[in-house]
Design a protein around this ligand. Sequence first.
Ligand SMILES: [Zn+2]
Length: 297
Amino acid sequence: MLALRIGTRRDGSRTGVLAYAQEHAREWVTPLVTIEAAERLLRNYGRDKATRRLLERTDIFIVPTVNPDGANYSFYDFNSQRKNMTNHCPPQQSDPALRNQWGVDVNRNYAVGSHDDGYFGASANCQSGTYAGPAEHSEPESRNVIWLAQRFRNIKFAMNVHSYGGYFMWPPGAYKAEGRVTLPRPTKKEEAFFERSSETILEAIAAERGTVIWPQQTGPVTDVLYSAAGNSADELWYDHGIYGWDFEVGADLWNAGTRTWQGVGFQPPFDEGHKEAMEFAAGLISLVGIAADYREH
Ligand SMILES: [Zn+2]
């Protein structure tokens, strides 16, 4: 697996930002978001003072696709592939006819707030769309993400890019079913930082084509969406002290004909997917800006 590393001083002395996409194979727009952000940073470095400042003050790590094997399968064999390509099912569930149900949900395979720990929103069934895997970190895809966080301790911010629906979220991302007890809340001060930063980032997204991420879709994952036991952003936050955000790119579009909001889907027509990539790349670069201004306190 390869990752891009962008910055004028890539020696650990600058605040690190990690952007990683396509844990879920079918979310085709998500790698474009990260590649577009990388291209803007590199192309604009020579001529734009603001970009130069970002690259002088930050150390950016980009993994355009966390789950390339699943992505390949989604591109060429089964569009709706979500999980990775490792079959952990027993022989009686390993008929080739079941191949589209195999695999581990990479974003349920992490070790914090996991299914093993009793958290809700992942499955022990190898055919489930949210199969957590045979053990925490059983999959190379999830170990790669954690390796980056362990190896490059200057990483303080992360963006986990998913689709679709138009969400902007942060920890906690899981709760225990009994009593709906979430992972610990960030402190008031940390929560305020998440909130304040989200306003800046959402403004950058809206500036591209007016897309508003709705307030009811902005906040902790457990408060605005659901419980996702064993997700990566939680592990980055709770085990590594990294501000771990999630994008769900691809906000609903208003259909003037039917006067309803319509979901854009995992694989929108290129024109729409391209626009999503443009606006969320702007959001990602805005996060780099927040990292550039960040001072530990
Ligand atoms: Zn996803």
